[in-house]
Structures are given as structure tokens and as C-alpha cells.
Design a protein around this ligand. Structure first.
Ligand code: PEP
Length: 255
């Protein structure tokens, strides 16, 4: 982590929880927030529980995020949710281009880019996910894949817009598998992403953007990952579903 960037830990609840457990977990996190230290914390519940969680974290430093959004502002888009709706229920963040959306639901870089521009226009803070598959890593293509996702997902962003985003490096092979990238593997990609930001924009943008690591982050590996100079926090899936598993990761980010 760097002194310049405030660490940021976000929990991606994916398609888990119900109303009661969402409310209970959010309330537990809000109650613990006094001891968070200097770290931003957000939870990203499924759409139906956003309002429930918003109410439970209201007045606490725990922020709300969504797991997806649609780029059109309103209209005949059955099943989709707009940026205005997310803001209306109290979201500050939105996860975009998660690998499960890219690889299971077929989202392309162009889709992510449309959503990213819409989210920024609306004043949401996007968490843009990038990451390679295992066969791409084994073929030595990690750098190329990350660069293509970076360029495609961030197409058309100004420096001012880019400085407002969060990037999450999430190697697909490490998500939900228990296989975590080594701190060195993760740091290499984070440093590459920061160079891409500097080449495409400037040193200020590169220094400002927080880059989270995601992929089987747990209490016992968080400190070594977050100790890397270009890792500014974590996007946490499985370990965000209980306060016992999530809070030690927040603590590791704060220390
Ligand atoms: C994720 O969902 O973004 C994620 C990183 O999941 P997990 O922590 O379970 O690997």
C-alpha cells in the first residue's frame, strides 16, 4: 500500500444472502466501523437487498455498492437497473466487468466501457475488474490480456474521469478457488496497471487510482498482499459473507 492512497476493501456478496442475513451482516459491520481505522469499506449486496443494507449501514462509514448496472438511463430494458436507481437507494460504488459477468454472462470490454461511462456520468464510483484466465497466464499472456481489458474497458475516459475510478485486478483462476496469487504475482500486474495509467494519462492519475486485488483474499493472506506497494485494498468474495471473515481483512488494510 502507499501513503498516497487510502486503502479500500469491498465485499462482493455475489448471489448470496437473504434479506434477514443481509440486514444482520450489514448491521454487524456498521457496529464494528468505529475500529476500522483509515480504510474505506463497502459492501455490494444483490440488487434486492440494496435498500435493506442501505438502511442497516445508514450513518456509519460502511458504504454501499452494486454488483452491476445498465448503461441506458431508463426505458424498456426488462431486468436491468439504471445508475439513477443505484444512487436512489444509496449506492456510492458499482462493480463493473467482474469476471463472472465477463465469462459466464458474456460481457465484453465494450459493454464494460458503456457501463463505466454511464456510471461516471451519474457520479457513481466504478470498480472496474480485469484479470486473466489460467490458460492465458500459463501461455505468458497475462500482460497482454490485462492491457487489452484496460484499453477496451477504459476507452474514451478523460484523465479527470480515470482518476475517479477504482480498478480491481482479479485473476480468474484465483476467484472462489482458494488459489491466491502470490504477493509478487499480484504486485507485478498492479505495477503494470499503474504504468498503463501513467502512459495513457499522467503520473498524477497513476498515483491517485486505487487498485484492489481480488481472488481468495482471506484473513491469513490479506496482510502480505496488502503490504505490496501497488496493492491498495481488496475486492473480497467468499470472505465477505461473515463479519468474522471480513473484518480481519479490513484490519489488515488499515495497518
Ligand atoms: C470476487 O468475487 O470478486 C472474489 C474475489 O471472490 P473470492 O474472494 O471468493 O475469490
Amino acid at each position: 500500500m502507499s501513503d498516497q492512497r487510502k486503502p479500500f476493501v469491498a465485499g462482493n456478496w455475489k448471489m448470496n444472502m437473504d434479506a434477514a442475513s443481509s440486514r444482520a451482516l450489514a448491521a454487524e459491520l456498521a457496529a464494528a466501523a468505529g475500529s476500522f481505522g483509515d480504510v474505506d469499506v463497502a459492501v455490494c449486496p444483490p440488487f434486492p437487498y440494496l435498500a435493506v443494507v442501505a438502511e442497516a449501514v445508514n450513518g456509519s462509514p460502511v458504504e454501499l455498492g452494486a454488483q452491476n448496472v445498465y448503461h441506458e438511463p431508463k426505458g424498456a430494458f426488462t431486468g436491468e437497473v439504471s445508475t439513477a436507481m443505484l444512487l436512489d437507494v444509496g449506492c456510492r460504488y458499482v462493480i463493473l466487468g467482474h469476471s463472472e459477468r465477463r465469462h459466464i454472462l458474456g460481457e465484453s470490454d465494450a459493454d464494460v466501457n458503456r457501463k463505466l461511462l454511464a456510471a461516471l456520468d451519474a457520479g457513481l464510483c466504478p470498480i472496474v475488474c480485469v484479470g486473466e484466465k489460467i490458460e492465458q497466464r500459463e501461455a505468458g499472456e497475462t500482460g497482454k490480456v490485462i492491457r487489452e481489458q484496460f484499453e477496451g474497458s477504459l476507452a474514451g475516459l478523460s484523465a479527470a474521469q480515470a482518476s475517479k475510478i477504482v480498478i480491481a485486478y482479479e485473476p480468474v483462476w484465483a476467484i472462489g478457488t482458494g488459489k491466491v496469487a502470490t504477493p509478487e504475482q499480484a504486485e507485478e500486474v498492479h505495477a503494470d496497471l499503474r504504468s498503463l495509467l501513467e502512459q495513457r494519462y499522467n503520473a498524477d492519475v497513476a498515483a491517485a487510482v486505487r487498485i484492489q486485488y481480488g481472488g481468495s483474499v482471506k484473513a491469513d493472506n490479506a496482510a502480505s498482499l496488502l503490504g505490496q506497494p501497488n496493492i491498495d485494498g481488496a475486492l473480497v468474495g467468499g470472505a465477505s459473507l461473515t463479519a468474522e471473515a471480513f473484518l480481519p481483512i479490513v484490519e489488515a488494510a488499515a495497518s
